[in-house]
Design a protein. Structure first.
Ligand code: IPE
Ligand code: IPE
Ligand code: MG
Length: 243
């Protein structure tokens, strides 16, 4: 019965319009740990574990781009031990999962000011991106030291040095952002029940549908991802027109 229900759900998802690009704010690791009397960093460890099945499920469904908010420009405000653990988990994740992601056809790329990450993190990212560069099934876009305001300022400043006299157009600005070449997200998911953007993709989310999940990120699973996609498919996007 359960199988039949999930087959029907599966067919319904694949028959509907799929979001090309899903962006996720992976929030709630700290609360997940605190609820269990554990250190926040154990929530981050569990949160990293939760990511792999989501990436695999998104690739299986046929999503083209999955962008995940892993570390914001404001997250440096956290205690230095927590920041160190997060950077270490990134290196661990890339070392242990890149080969399997490559087998799944996933290309890894990043957004954010990567040059300001600790050197081991930068080196792991460079290695993982090179390893997976030829993969075409899905892009896993890791937002690291990412803040949308920082991204927009970096884009505008770089654009200015290259184009002194022109006026900046929407297309040009988009092409100078870290997300250059990617479609804008169709669906934004935030876990842990918070209703805010937290400096994520401010330009690119202009017409994204938003899905807030009450599930804390370490408990977020493929079932919840499919629920978000079904909710997206039930929405009526108007893009400012009469639709
Ligand atoms: C999200 O979980 C992960 C990062 C921001 C790195 P949090 O650490 O923000 O968890 P909460 O919001 O405190 O529960
Ligand atoms: C957003 O979550 C950043 C990431 C998930 C990486 P935060 O937990 O940092 O956001 P706020 O502080 O609740 O707005
Ligand atoms: Mg949080």
């Amino acid at each position: 019965m359960q199988d039949r229900a999930s087959n029907l759900e599966e067919e319904a998802i694949l028959a509907g319009d799929l979001p090309r690009h899903i962006a996720i704010i992976m929030d709630g690791n700290g609360r997940w740990a605190q609820q269990r009397g554990l250190d926040r960093t154990l929530g981050h460890r569990q949160g990293v574990k939760a990511l792999k099945p989501i990436v695999k499920e998104a690739a299986r469904i046929g999503i083209e781009v999955l962008t995940v908010y892993a570390f914001s420009t404001e997250n440096w405000r956290r205690p230095s031990h927590e920041v160190e653990v997060l950077m270490g988990l990134l290196v661990e994740f890339l070392a242990s999962e890149t080969a399997e992601l490559k087998d799944e056809g996933v290309r890894i790329r990043t957004i954010g000011d990567i040059a300001r990450l600790p050197l081991p993190a930068q080196q792991s990212l460079l290695w993982a991106q090179t390893e997976t560069a030829a993969q075409t099934r899905m892009i896993l876009n890791l937002a690291l030291n990412y803040g949308a305001r920082d991204e927009i300022l970096r884009a505008v400043n770089r654009w200015r040095t290259e184009n002194q006299d022109e006026a900046l157009s929407e297309e040009q600005l988009s092409s100078y952002l870290d997300t250059a070449g990617l479609p804008d997200p169709d669906l934004l998911i935030r876990s842990s029940g918070e209703f805010r953007i937290s400096n994520f993709l401010l330009w690119q989310l202009a017409y994204a549908e938003i899905y807030i999940s009450n599930i804390l990120w370490p408990d977020f699973d493929a079932v919840e991802l499919r629920r978000a996609i079904r909710a997206y498919q039930a929405r009526h996007r108007r893009f400012g027109g009469l639709g």
